[in-house]
Design a protein around this ligand. Structure first.
Ligand code: AMP
Ligand code: ZN
Length: 463
């Protein structure tokens, strides 16, 4: 039975679903104005591990949004809309930007073996639901109007501090985190609906009972989560940065409107950090799945790296750690290839096999303790168990880990640089330039690649 750390109770809680037939889970999705970085993707990997672990016990209805409008450059309702900013940067329409980066996001998501959500919901296709939710809040007296939009009055919602704890919110009152806006009644108040500026033509805007404009960022998640999963959800996930503002505001919106508990288990993943600090475009530390591929890594090497750290601890990214993860994963794949060659397909010791599966699941059920689960896996793979037993165990474990252990052939891709060296070496040998050819052999060797000259031409293998 799954125990999961709940940000709301600050406790590892035993998970039970509200409905017998399925657990309900909502995950905050990408803001599609640029490529996702591997930090964002760490969060989706952890959410995928949770979906897979829960799915071992019951069906899971998993909803994820795609933020294609309304997320401003500051979480505090100021700055520009990220979509319109992306459009200006690339000389495309905001709609094209959203479509393009949503496609890129799902390419990365799939390459990391994250299971597609049951429902993927775009903000721009749920404006009607958002307006209805704001109307409901207005009817109940939670809103007020300023010159730039309709705001939520957080002082009207006494439970506003619950998720994060009062100390933090009191800190907000001094204006530490949120830009101060003269017309706001409280520093923590936030926009539900923003009016389109008079002096600038927005690309994405809609009519509403309050005038032409666009939704505040937080309203989309409450509206779409409740549309697809009901007023009370079992689980809501996201990165740790969302606790103080985005999720706190989601609760205020949903519970203000329905008077019911919005989420039973709030689950948050810690950040991936770069040695240089926060992952951001300006610091040059913006690493994408494409960056990793260009350097010769598989997206699954990154997934393996993430599995080594608990989702509630920060993970510091380095290429050394990624190389280590790659070598470990490839070592595992090689062992699996040998097991496949050796197996007679007959399970030998069912009791020992079941005990290993139970130990593995217990680790995953203990707040997704992936490093412990991997230790159980390696112990069993290194044990004297029969090949068929080990393969059966791996199939079971991979249902949780999502590493394509049994589907993939061992294939360590050649880095781009090495491909270029090999091509240059082939050319040098054709010209009988053996000095250059030997230099290139040394360069390849430094990358871990051995080249051999055979009657058929040069052949290479990993050291
Ligand atoms: P965004 O596309 O900016 O809305 O973020 C998508 C998800 O990535 C959210 O759940 C964020 O909390 C999460 N996130 C952002 N930065 C990081 C990071 N460095 N490490 C892990 N998760 C992150
Ligand atoms: Zn959200």
């Amino acid at each position: 039975m799954l125990k999961i750390y709940n940000t709301l109770t600050k406790n590892k809680d035993v998970f039970t679903s509200l409905n017998k037939d399925a657990a309900t889970m909502y995950c905050c999705g990408p803001t599609v104005y640029n490529y996702a970085h591997i930090g964002n993707l760490r969060t989706y990997i952890f959410e995928d591990l949770l979906v897979r672990t829960l799915s071992a016990d019951m069906p899971v209805k998993h909803v994820m949004n795609v933020t294609d409008v309304g997320h401003l450059t500051s979480d505090a309702d100021s700055g520009e809309d990220k979509m319109e900013l992306g459009a200006a940067r690339e000389g495309k329409s905001a709609w094209d930007i959203a479509k393009f980066y949503e496609g890129k996001f799902f390419e990365d998501f799939d390459s990391l073996n994250c299971k597609r959500p049951t429902v993927t919901a775009r903000a721009t296709e749920h404006i009607k639901e958002m307006i209805a939710l704001v109307k409901k809040l207005e009817e109940k007296g939670y809103t007020y109007k300023t010159s730039d939009g309709i705001y939520y009055d957080t002082s009207k919602f006494p439970a506003y501090h619950n998720l994060v704890g009062r100390a933090h919110i009191d800190g907000l009152k001094t204006g530490a985190r949120v830009d101060f806006n003269d017309e706001k009644r409280n520093a923590s108040d936030f926009a539900l609906w923003k009016f389109s500026p008079k002096d600038k033509q927005r690309q994405m805007q809609w009519n509403s009972p309050w005038g032409v404009g666009f939704p505040g960022w937080h309203i989309e998640c409450s509206a779409m989560a409740m549309k697809y999963l009901g007023d009370t959800l079992d689980i809501h996930c996201g990165g740790i940065d969302h606790v103080a503002i985005h999720h706190t505001n989601e609760i205020a919106q949903a519970e203000g409107a329905t008077g019911k508990k919005y989420v039973r288990y709030w689950v948050h993943g810690e950040f991936l950090i770069m040695t240089s600090g926060k992952m951001s475009k300006s610091s040059g530390g913006f690493v994408t799945v494409q960056t990793l591929k260009e350097k010769g890594y598989s997206p699954l090497d990154y997934r393996y790296l993430c599995l080594g750290a608990h989702y509630r601890t920060q993970l510091e990214f380095s290429y050394e750690a990624l190389t280590f993860a790659r070598n470990t994963r490839l070592g595992l794949m090689e062992r699996i290839a040998a097991l496949k060659a050796e197996t007679d397909g007959k399970i030998k010791e069912e009791a020992a096999l079941n005990a290993a599966k139970t130990a593995f699941k217990d680790a995953m059920d203990d707040d997704l303790n992936t490093s412990k689960a991997l230790a159980v896996l390696w112990d069993f793979i290194k044990s004297r168990a029969a090949a068929a037993d080990k393969l059966d165990f791996l199939k079971y474990a991979d249902g949780f880990l999502g590493l394509s252990l049994l589907e993939e052939e061992v294939q360590k891709p050649l880095p781009k640089e090495a491909e270029e060296f090999l091509a240059a070496r082939k050319e040098a040998r054709a010209k009988k330039d053996f000095k250059t050819s030997d230099e290139l052999r040394d360069k390849l060797s430094a990358l871990g690649i051995i080249v051999k000259d055979t009657p058929k031409g040069q052949e290479w293998r990993w050291k």
